[in-house]
Write a protein that binds this ligand. Structure first.
Ligand SMILES: [Fe+2]
Length: 146
């Protein structure tokens, strides 16, 4: 159970970092396709943000505490912080790669939750994977070279 707790915290910190990066890109995008990508990043950050509170509460229900500070997030997150202002294409590529990372990470925690018989949590994780697959589709379909 300890390893499930640990993996869940890593996935949660990564999900929060992913949310923040999508919001960052929504704010800071510059380029000829501004409105299109401002809206795409907007849709993504809103969807991910809405998952944050239920995600945290599922972790609490597993019987452990939730990382909830910038220091803990940066310690645990597998999504690298972006401190530069990227071009619109670089933003799409980076968020698409981070999104793939999220799908893999969520799958790992899903497998662990199943192993421990935590089916309520694994159902939630399956929904998160599904949502990220949709984000991945939209991000990749927006890339110039697919
Ligand atoms: Fe906005």
């Amino acid at each position: 159970m300890e390893e499930l707790h640990k993996a869940a915290k890593v996935a949660f910190a990564s999900e929060f970092s992913f949310y923040l990066k999508a919001h960052n890109f929504h704010w800071n995008i510059v380029g000829p396709d501004f409105l299109e990508y401002h809206d795409l990043f907007g849709k993504i950050y809103e969807e991910v943000y809405e998952s944050i509170d239920p995600f945290a509460e599922k972790i609490r229900a597993l019987g452990t505490y939730v990382p909830a500070s910038l220091g803990r997030f940066s310690m645990l997150s597998q999504i690298d912080d972006e401190t530069q202002i990227l071009s619109q294409d670089a933003m799409l590529v980076e968020l698409a790669e981070d999104n793939e990372k999220m799908v893999r990470l969520l799958k790992m925690v899903y497998d662990s939750a199943e192993q421990f018989g935590e089916h309520g949590f694994s159902n939630f994780l399956a929904e998160r994977m599904d949502a990220h697959r949709k984000h991945g589709w939209m991000l990749k379909a927006s890339l110039k070279n697919g």
